[in-house]
Design a protein around this ligand. Sequence first.
Ligand code: FEO
Length: 398
Amino acid sequence: MKKAIQISDKIFWLGVNDRRTHLFENYWPLPKGVAYNSYLIDDDKVAIIDTIDSGVMDDYLENIEDAINGKTVDYLIINHMEPDHSGAIKAIIAKYPNIQIVGNKKTFPMLERFYGIKENLLEVKEGDSIDLGTHKLNFAMIPMVHWPETMVTYESTNKILFAGDAFGSFGTLDGGIFDYQVDLEYLEDEMARYYSNIVGKYGGPTQTALKKLSGLEIDMICATHGPIWKEHIPEIIAKYDKWSKYETDEGVVIVFASMYGNTEKMADYIARELVNNGIKKVRIFDSSKTHPSYIINEIFKYRGVILGSSTYNGGLFPTMETLTNELCNMGIKNHVLSVFGSHAWAGAGVKNLLKFAENIKWELIGEACDSKCSPHDEEYAKCKDIAEQMAKKLKELY
Ligand code: FEO
């Protein structure tokens, strides 16, 4: 079966779905799988733009051959070196040994270290272009969206942006390739989770990239994951703009780490009081049950964050420690925070949450509440105060 799908004049989608991998980058859950998109332009000169993960290469080379009917491939454009897109490079070179590998000066050291490839390299810089015949490829650097070497390729004849990870999504392409063919509602949270989990650390570089690309006339965005954007381009650009500015809505994410349910009782109490004070969007997560991927995604949506941890081995409960480390590493901005927790004999959970507040530089709302063994009236009164202060702050902000 021919799997190369023509998406424009002489341009083909060569993507594959991955439903087997449980964890993207061996960390982020993939309940709906993921697609790796590769593209081919069959002009006087033939170019492939990005490849796929080596674990799902089954028919990839045959699909290339089908698309070009015995011709050779002249260029392999590497927009991004992460192995989910560079995994087939060696196989392509083995099949087309004279192929020119197109990247920038940050691409090639990675290419050598990952795959030992150092020949037939064609270095491009910002604004350089390659003429394929009818189609013309223009290159622009978008460092840190999502790695330092990342660039985009703009095909100016058909106004197609080959965007790398930018505008990508988790989720396989189940029959549909274009945005108007897929159920975007079904994919909506996978788009957000892809952004928040993978690109979310790089809000500043994403803003720079959006500004740079805003001057281009774009009729189609071909990302390396998720649907091809054609009819919903303004919407996906608006989403990226909002996410990369760390803009949030009114609401609160409460995350608790609780050994025997005492910290959880406080979380529930705070949630009730938030609702009593007019906050409707309240999401509670148990950090022992929900992967940080989903919690981080919710934190990207809502301004308020309330974290509660029991003390464990003289520190934070391990799953809360993982979450707070992730949040610090990602440097997520623009939140307000309250903290609470419980301990049996030495209160280190809340102390460490206060340290986290200092590190991440989110505004601390209300007074931290630490219960000994289990919450009593005094602690419930403090939890009530946390909820009231948080609700008041959010009402001021929205
Ligand atoms: Fe899809 Fe950064 O790789």
